[in-house]
Write a protein that binds this ligand. Structure first.
Ligand code: SAM
Length: 405
């Protein structure tokens, strides 16, 4: 791993022509801002300038550097260029000119969730990464992803063929039975990547402005390089690309005009911290892990589901004394008293005056349970009411039978 201090325009000519397998370029985006941010303990402030006299000055800056970067790429190499709506049009124009439109492979949309407001405009929730190869003979490792839950199972399992009119149809054997494919391993990765922004508390966060997630870089590196290949980041900032390359057994070179960025990159390489995203590890579905079965009991009542909370399943949209009403559905094997305690504990910070506990288990009580406070209103789930009704009908039935005999 090598980290150089200086303008990449001056450092790049020292690299051997055709030696780089992948370059990830994440330059200033032409935001017309001075980017500043500090470490959590406020001992170091990182900054870089992104102010330009004009778009054409910015275009010239990029063009000069992209030409040298292009020279350094191997014939099988690729470039991934990161930008946003501010100057993506300029970048695309230059890249088409330098790499040739025939070598433009994909426009990747890095999509993430944001919760801020955006007055009189749409909330920005993506950035763009242009993928170009140096030649037609570029390295590419197919990455397969999970099928979407809405995918038709027939499409996954049954083999397809073409009929006489060249229409795609399910294949059948001589006896007219459908032919199975063997298990397909997944669908090829698309050009829209849902990867969360580093959250402000993530251990991976260094305090460097515009720091990208290591996971994003790992995905890019795995797509177009093999272990042992050489990755270049000419605007390396906090060194994310180098940390990702190191974690995947690739070699890497980083360059930056900021002394602090170079020092930070070296430090991260010595003590790499990579935050595992819960969302990426378990998938979007697991992240939305509100208790779906429990919530189905609230059908028809407007509510907001609560994810990953042990005590509350949802808040009703209606309020009581100005506070939304928390709801918990009793879990299997849990007594009503335990359920009420969990609900109260989880809702305590919300100042809720009334809470609703939905009982699902038949726990016979002759008297109101004294451990359940007045603020918790217990209602029976329809299944429980039906079970009780059935038990009562069975009793009536039996007593009726006895009366006749
Ligand atoms: C968008 S940031 C890169 C962030 C990085 N990808 C990360 O994850 O931390 C752009 C970086 O380019 C650096 N830079 C600006 N002009 C440069 C130049 N001419 N040569 C090398 N680095 C430069 C800035 O100091 C800044 O660190």
């Amino acid at each position: 791993m090598k980290v150089h201090f200086g303008d990449c325009l001056n450092v790049l000519p020292s690299l051997r022509i055709g030696s780089i397998d992948l370059t990830y370029v994440d330059p200033p985006f032409c935001t017309q801002r001075q980017h500043r941010l500090s470490t959590r303990d406020r001992t170091i402030e990182y900054s870089f300038d992104d102010r330009w006299k004009s778009l054409s000055e910015y275009g010239d800056f990029l063009s000069e550097r992209l030409r040298v970067i292009h020279l350094a790429l191997a014939p099988t190499g690729s470039l991934f260029f990161h930008c946003d709506k501010t100057a993506s049009h300029i970048a695309k124009f230059l890249l088409d000119e330098i790499f040739g439109t025939a070598n433009f492979r994909a426009e990747i949309i890095w999509h993430y969730k944001r919760w801020s407001n955006s007055a009189r405009n749409l909330l920005p929730a993506h950035q763009t990464i242009f993928f170009y190869s140096k030649t037609d003979n570029y390295k590419f490792n197919t990455v397969l992803t999970d099928y979407s839950p809405t995918t038709n199972v027939d499409q996954i399992l049954q083999r397809r063929t073409r009929d006489q009119s060249n229409k795609s149809v399910y294949d059948r054997d001589d006896n007219g039975n459908v032919v199975y494919n063997g298990t397909k391993k997944g669908v090829p990765l698309s050009d829209v990547w849902d990867i969360p922004f580093l959250n402000p508390k993530a251990k991976e966060r260094t305090g460097y402005p515009t720091q990208k997630p290591v996971f994003l870089l790992q995905r890019i590196i795995e797509l177009v390089t093999d272990p042992g290949d050489l990755v270049l980041d000419p605007f390396c900032g906090s060194g994310t690309t180098l940390v990702a390359a190191q974690s995947l057994m690739r070699e890497a070179i980083g360059i930056d005009t900021s002394k602090e960025a170079v020092a930070l990159t070296k430090k991260r390489l010595k003590q790499p911290v990579i935050t595992e995203s819960f969302l990426l590890k378990k998938g979007l579905k697991a992240y939305r892990n509100a208790d779906e079965t429990a919530l189905s009991l609230l059908n028809g009542v407007p509510y907001v589901p609560v994810h990953r909370n042990n005590g509350v399943d949802a808040f009703l949209k209606s309020t009581y004394k100005g506070v939304p009403i928390p709801v918990r559905v009793q879990k299997h094997g849990e007594s009503l008293s335990e359920a009420a305690a969990a609900l109260r504990k989880a809702a305590s910070s919300k100042n809720a005056h009334r809470m609703i506990l939905i009982a699902i288990d038949d726990i016979p009580t002759l008297f109101p349970d004294p451990t359940i406070p007045d603020s918790v209103v217990v209602v029976n789930a329809p299944g429980l009411s039906i079970k009780r009704l059935l038990a009562q009908m069975e009793l009536e039935d039996q007593s009726g039978c006895h009366a006749e005999t």
